[in-house]
Design a protein around this ligand. Structure first.
Ligand code: 1AG
Length: 137
């Protein structure tokens, strides 16, 4: 059984976040702010519903979904696009395909030991973030 993605996770590394944000068309001003953030993920499961919160001192972003059920995602405070998203398990990876204006867009989360991994991709740019389990929250 794969280790649960649920819990509170603190970012410890962030590679090519700028390339990913550029691919999304984020302004240089917002990219500079975003690059300095230490993001936190708070992931909860309630029945078959998942809630994934991305938390920072600047902005927060929350999605909720059921596995295999397409949902309308509005990336409010990020690139502010309306997209259609579907989250599925691909082996031990919780993967999301995001269809809309931007091509080849999505993400994948998986757990290795006490680390939560996240790959965010858009238009050939891949951002790799790693989070460490926060056992105090
Ligand atoms: C996501 O994670 C993305 C969550 O869906 C946020 C990560 C990157 C932000 C994307 C683009 C940056 C856009 C604008 C910069 C301004 C603010 C940055 C603030 C970021 C904190 C909210 C996948 C999954 C859950 O974990 O959706």
């Amino acid at each position: 059984m794969p280790t649960s993605v649920c819990g509170t996770w603190d970012m410890i590394s962030n590679v090519n976040f700028d390339g990913y944000m550029k691919a999304l068309g984020i302004s240089v001003h917002l990219r500079k702010i975003a690059l300095r953030l230490k993001l936190k993920k708070v992931i909860e499961q309630q029945g078959d519903q998942y809630i994934v919160k991305t938390v920072s001192t600047f902005r927060n972003y929350t999605i909720s979904f059921k596995i295999g059920h397409e949902f309308e995602e509005f990336t409010k405070g990020l690139d502010n696009r309306h997209i259609k998203s579907t989250v599925t398990w691909q082996g031990n990876k919780l993967t999301c395909e995001q269809t809309g204006e931007k091509k080849n867009r999505g993400w994948a989360h998986w757990v290795e030991g006490d680390k939560l991994h996240l790959e965010l991709y858009c238009d050939g740019q891949i951002c790799k973030q790693v989070f460490k389990k926060n056992v105090n929250e």
